[in-house]
Design a protein around this ligand. Structure first.
Ligand code: ADP
Length: 669
C-alpha cells in the first residue's frame, strides 16, 4: 500500500542510489558520490516534500468545503491531516539537518575515518526513519482519500435527494397555489374567500420554506459561487425596499434609507446575494415592528476590528430580542421565542443563510437589541468599488432647476432630514432644515419665499398639508411643494402639491422635483399605489418561471401579481423540462444559471421536445449584463432576453410581445 508521495520519494532515492552501480551497498554508493550529487538528492526530496505539502493543502481545502453530513468523517480526516502535517514537518527538519551535515560527512567518510563512518550510519538511520514515516503517511493518505470519496458520495446523495424532494414537493404545491389563486378569482362568499386565502398563504409559506432549505443546503455543500458584476448600490437597496412599500403603508411604519456620501455609488459583487441578506433583514424588521420606523443605513465601517469596509444597518423599533437568545438566532430553525413563530410565521432559516452569505461576502453580521425597544442588525461586506459604466437608467438625473434653489425641508425625524439634505446638497440646492413645522413657519415669515418645500405629512403640531397652506398665506402665492408620507394620505392636499409615498427613490425624487419646478403639477397625483402598474384584463398565455433564487422568484411573482398574472414556478432546468411536458406553458422565463440543469441546456431540451408539442416563447433572465450570455442564450433557442435586476416595464413589454407571438392573440390591458 503506497501513496503517490511515498512512491515518489522511493523513486527518488532509488534513482539516486542506482546511479553509481547497482551492486554497491547504499553506504558505498554514498561514499562515491560527489557533494553535487548529494545536493541533487536532497533537492529532489525537498521538491517531493513541496508536492506533498501542496497535496495536503488541496486536501485540507476539500475538507473545509464538505458538509455537515460528513462531519464525523471530516473530524477524523482533519485529525489525520494534522498528524501528517506534523510528520512532514519532522521530515523537513531531518532533511535540513542532513543537508547541513552531508558534505562534511562525505569528505570525512572518503578519508575512511571512523567519525565519517559514524556519520554515514547516522544518515542511514535517518533515511530508514524517514522511509518508515513516509510509509505511514502513505497509509494515512490512502485512508483519508477513501474517507473523502465516501464523504463526497454522501454529499452527492444529499444533493440528489434534495433536488428530487424539491421537485416532488414543488409539483403538488404549484397545484395548490395555482388552484387556490384561480378560486380566489371567482365569486366567493366571505367564508369561502377566507379559506381559499388561507390555503394560498400556507402554500406560499411551504414554498418559501423549501426554497430556504434548498438555498441553505446549497451554501452548506460549498456550491455557493458569488457573481462579480458591477452594480449601483442605491438602486440595489431601493429595488429591495420597493418590495415592502405596500406592507409598510398598511402599518404605522416608516421605512427610511440613508446612504452615506462616503460610500462609493457602485460596487463589483453579487448584487442578488447582497439583496437577499438585506431583504431578509428588512422583512424581519417589518414583521416584528408594528409602529415606528425602520431605518436602513449604509456607511463606511468605522470599526477596524470588524471585517469588511462597508457597514449596513437595519434598525427597527419593534418587539426586540432577549439578550440570551441573540447568538442562537444564527443557527438553523431557531426563533427568538417559539410563540413568535406561531404569531408571525417564518422558518428560522433566514438569519442562518444571511450569516453564511455575509461571511462569503467578506463581512460579519451581528445584532444589538432591547426587548420592547427594537433591534439593530448590522452587517459588513467587502466588495471593490467600481467605475465600470452602469446602464444609464440607473444613474439618477439631477434636477437642473434645483441648482442654487432654496428648499425648505421639514420632517420631525432627524434621519429623514439627513437623507433629504444629502440629496439636496448633491444637486447643489440650498436646503434649510426644520424638525419642527412651527419653526419652519416662523422662518418663512422672516425670509423670502423658498423655491420649494419638501415636507413630511405626519408631524406633531402641524401636518404637511397645513404647513403648505400656511406658506401660501405667508407669501401670498403658491409655493411648489412635495409631501412625503408613509402613514396617512392627506385627504385633500393643497393644490399644486405633489404627494409621494416613502421611501421615495432618489431618482423618483429627482423626477418629482423637476416636474414641480417646471410647473407641470397643478394638482396632486401619484396616489398611494401598489396597484398603479398596468394590469392585464385578458392574458391568454400560460406562464412558467424558472428561477432557483428565492429572492428573484419572489420578485417576479410580485411583479406578475401586480400585472394581475399568475405563473407556475420551478427551481431548475430539469424541473422546467418536466413541467413543460406536463403543462405546456406558452411563455417561459428562464434563469440561465441554475443548479442541476442550467437554463441553456433546459432551453435546448425544450426546443428538442417542442417538435411534437406547443412551441413556447422562452425569455432568458441573467444577472450578467456584460458577458456574451445573451448570444449563448439566443443560440440555445431563447427568443428574448432580460437582464437583472428586472424592471417592471421591461417585464411588461416582454409579456405583451411573447403573448402575441405564442398565442397569436394580443393581451388586453
Ligand atoms: P424567520 O424566517 O423565522 O424570520 P430568521 O432566521 O430570519 O427566520 O429569524 C429568526 C428569528 O429571529 C425570528 O423568528 C425572530 O424570533 C427573530 N428576529 C429576527 N429579526 C427580528 C427583529 N427585527 N425583531 C425581533 N425579532 C427578530
Amino acid at each position: 500500500m503506497s501513496s503517490p508521495f511515498h512512491r515518489l520519494l522511493q523513486f527518488q532515492a532509488r534513482k539516486y542510489l542506482s546511479q553509481e552501480g547497482a551492486n554497491l551497498s547504499p553506504v558505498e554508493q554514498l561514499r562515491h558520490s560527489t557533494p553535487e550529487q548529494i545536493e541533487e538528492f536532497i533537492e529532489n526530496i525537498s521538491r517531493s516534500y513541496v508536492t506533498a505539502e501542496q497535496q495536503n493543502e488541496r486536501q485540507a481545502r476539500a475538507l473545509r468545503i464538505s458538509t455537515d453530513e460528513a462531519n464525523l468523517l471530516m473530524a477524523r480526516l482533519q485529525e489525520m491531516n494534522r498528524d501528517m502535517e506534523r510528520t512532514l514537518e519532522f521530515i523537513r527538519s531531518q532533511l535540513a539537518e542532513l543537508a547541513k551535515q552531508f558534505p562534511q560527512a562525505l569528505s570525512i567518510a572518503n578519508e575512511e575515518s571512523s567519525e565519517g563512518n559514524a556519520l554515514i550510519r547516522q544518515f542511514r538511520q535517518l533515511v530508514d526513519a524517514w522511509q518508515s514515516h513516509v510509509f505511514e503517511i502513505g497509509k494515512a493518505r490512502q485512508l483519508a482519500e477513501e474517507l473523502r470519496v465516501e464523504a463526497d458520495r454522501a454529499n452527492q446523495a444529499k444533493s440528489d435527494f434534495l433536488a428530487a424532494m424539491s421537485h416532488e414537493i414543488r409539483t403538488p404545491l404549484n397545484g395548490v397555489i395555482g388552484m387556490s389563486g384561480l378560486l380566489l378569482g371567482m365569486n366567493l362568499s366571505a367564508d369561502q374567500r377566507e379559506h381559499a386565502e388561507t390555503i394560498q398563504t400556507c402554500g406560499e409559506t411551504l414554498l418559501s420554506l423549501i426554497n430556504d432549505i434548498l438555498d441553505y443546503s446549497k451554501i452548506e455543500a460549498g456550491s455557493l459561487e458569488l457573481e462579480e458584476t458591477p452594480f449601483p448600490l442605491r438602486d440595489a437597496v431601493e429595488d429591495s425596499l420597493d418590495l415592502f412599500k405596500h406592507e409598510v403603508s398598511k402599518k404605522e411604519l416608516e421605512l427610511l434609507f440613508y446612504l452615506d456620501p462616503g460610500v462609493p455609488p457602485a460596487f463589483t459583487g453579487d448584487v442578488t446575494r447582497f439583496r437577499q441578506v438585506l431583504v431578509n433583514l428588512v422583512a424581519n424588521a417589518v414583521k416584528f415592528t408594528s409602529a415606528g420606523e425602520i431605518v436602513i443605513s449604509i456607511t463606511p465601517n468605522p470599526d477596524p476590528d470588524r471585517l469588511g469596509r462597508w457597514l449596513v444597518q437595519v434598525r427597527d423599533t419593534g418587539i426586540g430580542i432577549p439578550a440570551d437568545r441573540i447568538e442562537r438566532l444564527f443557527q438553523v430553525f431557531t426563533q427568538a421565542d417559539i410563540s413568535t413563530s406561531r404569531h408571525y410565521g417564518g422558518t428560522g432559516l433566514g438569519l442562518a443563510i444571511s450569516r453564511k452569505l455575509v461571511t462569503a461576502m467578506g463581512g460579519e453580521i451581528w445584532i444589538e437589541s432591547k426587548v420592547g425597544e427594537g433591534s439593530t442588525f448590522h452587517f459588513t461586506f467587502e466588495m471593490p468599488p467600481t467605475d465600470a459604466p452602469i446602464p444609464p437608467r440607473l444613474v439618477s438625473g439631477v434636477p437642473d432647476r434645483l441648482r442654487g434653489a432654496s428648499v425648505v425641508v421639514v420632517d420631525d425625524k432627524q434621519i429623514n432630514l439627513k437623507i433629504l439634505e444629502n440629496s439636496m446638497l448633491l444637486w447643489s440646492a440650498q436646503p434649510v432644515l426644520f424638525s419642527e413645522p412651527l419653526k419652519a413657519v416662523e422662518w418663512m415669515k422672516a425670509n423670502p419665499a423658498p423655491d420649494l418645500i419638501i415636507t413630511d405629512q405626519d408631524m406633531p403640531d402641524l401636518n404637511g398639508s397645513q404647513l403648505i397652506s400656511q406658506a401660501e398665506q405667508i407669501h401670498g402665492r403658491r409655493i411648489p411643494a412635495l409631501i412625503l408620507t408613509s402613514v396617512s394620505w392627506p385627504a385633500r392636499p393643497p393644490a399644486g402639491t405633489l404627494v409621494a409615498t416613502k421611501p421615495i427613490r432618489e431618482r423618483e425624487l429627482a423626477r418629482a422635483i423637476s416636474g414641480l419646478l417646471d410647473g407641470q403639477v397643478t394638482t396632486y397625483r401619484n396616489a398611494p399605489s401598489p396597484d398603479s402598474s398596468p394590469r392585464f384584463t385578458h392574458f391568454p398565455a400560460k406562464i412558467l418561471v424558472v428561477e432557483d433564487n428565492a429572492v428573484n422568484q419572489r420578485l417576479v411573482r410580485l411583479m406578475l401579481g401586480q400585472f394581475g398574472l399568475e405563473a407556475i414556478y420551478c427551481a431548475n432546468g430539469l424541473e422546467a423540462v418536466q413541467e413543460y411536458q406536463a403543462s405546456a406553458p406558452d411563455i417561459i422565463f428562464m434563469d440561465v444559471r441554475m443548479p442541476v440543469m442550467d437554463g441553456y441546456e433546459a432551453t435546448r431540451r425544450i426546443r428538442a421536445l417542442s417538435g411534437t408539442m406547443k412551441v413556447p416563447q422562452i425569455i432568458g433572465l441573467s444577472a450578467n449584463a456584460l458577458s456574451d450570455e445573451k448570444a449563448t442564450g439566443l443560440e440555445s433557442g431563447m427568443n428574448d432576453y432580460l437582464t437583472k435586476p428586472i424592471l417592471r416595464l421591461d417585464l411588461f413589454s416582454a409579456l405583451l410581445k411573447a403573448c402575441q407571438i405564442a398565442c397569436g392573440e394580443s393581451a388586453v390591458v
